[in-house]
Design a protein. Structure first.
Length: 330
């Protein structure tokens, strides 16, 4: 069912990224009534950016539509205290213990709920995307970093700290490339979109804007083929670890890198089957909501108070990690 929890209400949904805020007004059937994309103000000014964007979007609606808007959802990177509506830590937004829900709600006159961006993207895939109807999927978001969301008995696994799912920092190539976290050979140091672009640049001496340029060269450029093979086999190793631990009903690949579609899924699935010994390889699927997954997930949390994007349901003084936090999968 592609509907929000409130069958008559519309919502304002924001996917806050390090550079861009994607915003939409969504009707009860998740159809887009209005959309905007604006640069992300960093630090506490983020609240102003959200309020200004919300007002501009609301101004563009009919009065009937405007009256139907009941709530606001924000998908944020980093560590989010959903219960208090506070961004605990987001390195790429310069946020540390910044209250967002309350000040935004006070100015818009609408309730505001926060969620974690990767958890929101996974919730969207589970609600009405590739993971819909799949028993206990693992959703892996691959962008600047790599993060996974897994479900057991239908519930998202948060762990004691709320940070379960740091698949990007599982070491798959000991002694390999240096990761942003300081370790060597983490999955995201080999297979994230930014790592793939970086590996291609250093091996070929050619500049590329991102991993999509490497994908475009597959089959015509031996360096691109080699970098891609290294990344997809590393990804297969990482996904086999997740499979060994969780035996998911399917693995859904999302985030920017998943836009490669079959060019990504086919070699990863083949490598998984080649390398799997004691585990059954689950179906490997591509995310259906694409770059809208965060916005759709934010709409779901806006619409339902106890939605599964909740990052730290039992937040109890969890401190920002000393060295890093970048579950910025999108
Ligand atoms: Zn790492």
């Amino acid at each position: 069912m592609q509907t929000l929890a409130d069958p008559s209400g519309a919502v304002l949904a924001f996917d806050v990224g390090g550079t861009t805020i994607k915003a939409e007004v969504l009707g009860p059937d998740l159809q887009t009534w209005a959309r905007a994309s604006v640069p992300t103000p960093h630090g506490p000014a983020l609240a102003d950016g959200v309020v200004d964007t919300a007002r501009a979007l609301l101004d563009g609606l009919t009065s009937e539509q405007r009256d139907a808007v009941r709530s606001v959802g924000l998908a944020l990177p980093g560590i989010v205290d959903t219960a208090r509506g506070v961004s605990i830590f987001a390195a790429n937004l310069d946020l540390r213990d910044v209250a967002l829900a309350e000040p935004i709600a006070a100015r818009l006159g609408l309730p505001v709920r926060l969620g974690h961006d990767v958890a929101c993207a996974a919730a969207a895939e589970r609600h009405s995307g590739a993971a819909a109807g799949v028993t206990d999927p693992v959703v892996v978001v691959i962008g600047t970093g790599i993060a996974a969301v897994s479900y057991v008995h239908g519930r998202r696994v948060a762990g004691v700290t709320g940070q379960a799912g740091e698949l990007g920092h599982v070491v798959v190539r000991p002694g390999g490339p240096r990761c942003g976290c300081g370790a060597r050979g983490c999955l995201e140091a080999v297979a994230s979109a930014s790592s793939i672009a970086r590996a291609y640049r250093s091996a070929s001496g050619n500049d590329v804007a991102g991993a999509a340029d490497v994908v475009a060269r597959l089959g015509q450029d031996a360096v691109a083929d080699a970098v891609w093979a290294e990344a997809t086999t590393a990804l297969a190793d990482g996904l086999l670890i997740a499979t060994a631990l969780l035996a998911p009903g399917a693995i859904v690949l999302g985030g920017g890198l998943a836009e490669a579609g079959a060019s990504l899924v086919d070699p990863v699935a083949a490598s998984m089957r080649e390398r799997a010994t004691a585990v059954t390889v689950p179906p490997l699927l591509t995310a259906a909501h694409g770059s809208r997954a965060g916005v759709v997930g934010a709409a779901l949390i806006a619409s339902a108070p106890s939605a599964e994007c909740d990052e730290l349901a039992r937040h109890a003084g969890v401190s920002p990690p000393a060295r890093h936090t970048h579950r910025d999968g999108g």
